[in-house]
Design a protein around this ligand. Structure first.
Ligand SMILES: O=C(O)[C@H](O)[C@@H](O)[C@H](O)[C@H](O)COP(=O)(O)O
Length: 242
């Protein structure tokens, strides 16, 4: 595991943008394309904006394919739809062709949306193992990641899949990658900052394994060390107890 800890969020975003570009360029050299899974939430807005402005010339975006590690079950481009923020901060600026963006079709019922999404992934990987080049994750203050929320069915799934899950605390369904699908990726990186994440991060990085309570602990990529891009505020409790 690699911890990249910064004082300021801007510094995290710069470091993460450079990491994404580096992984992406290597994927394009090796495989001719970069299969990049985006996280939702608010945290990644800054890094997406950096990628589509300051780093716009640093990678051949025409060879990048974008996916979402999870999606809310609201209609496409509703204000809470993860695809909307990515469209506004990345795709519109990069003029990403529609066939390079894999939105979750939330016009479908959750189970059908999840099945359709996994089918589109399998088609993209031509039936081979869906090993994404990079999966970017956020973490909630309850230690959820993607839509693997505490004490939900997804904390115990062993299949590499995309599944619908009912999240009681939100009283809604979500569509999400499962932890095994995330762990198959070539690279996985968390972007987590702010003091409201400190308690969750302390548990997630701690020695006590409790996957149901702290689902981000489920993320253990098999192909390369897990990367955490965090700030001092989020790391504060870990530091105090190290
Ligand atoms: O759909 C989502 O909301 C995300 O995929 C989710 O896992 C997010 O990364 C965390 O909730 C952190 O969200 P913030 O970045 O807004 O704190």
């Amino acid at each position: 595991m690699n911890l990249h800890i910064y004082e300021e969020v801007n510094a995290i975003n710069e470091a993460l943008a450079q990491y994404i570009i580096s992984v992406g360029r290597q994927a394009i050299v090796t495989n001719g394309r970069f299969n990049f899974v985006l996280t939702g939430g608010n945290s990644p807005k800054g890094v997406y904006e950096l990628l589509s402005t300051k780093y716009k010339q640093d990678i051949d975006w025409s060879k990048v394919f974008f996916f979402f590690g999870d999606e809310r079950t609201v209609e496409p481009f509703h204000k809470d739809y993860n695809g909307l923020m990515a469209k506004e901060t990345l795709f519109d600026h990069l003029k990403t062709p529609a066939d390079h963006i894999f939105y979750v079709n939330t016009f479908l019922q959750p189970q059908d949306a999840a099945a359709a999404y996994k089918k589109s992934i399998d088609k993209h990987f031509e039936g081979k193992e869906p090993i994404f080049d990079l999966i970017l994750l956020g973490m909630g203050d309850d230690a959820h990641t993607a839509s693997i929320f505490p004490h939900t069915t997804l904390t115990a799934v062993t299949e590499a899949d995309v599944q619908a899950v009912f999240v009681e605390k939100l009283n809604t369904h979500r569509v999400s990658f499962t932890a095994p699908l995330i762990n198959m990726a070539d690279h996985v990186a968390f972007l987590t900052f702010g003091k409201n994440k400190a308690t969750a991060l302390y548990h997630v990085l701690g020695p006590q394994k409790d996957y149901a309570s702290f689902p981000a602990q489920l993320i253990n990529p098999v192909r390369s060390p897990l990367n955490w891009f965090i700030d001092e505020e989020a790391y504060a409790l870990c530091k105090q107890n190290s």
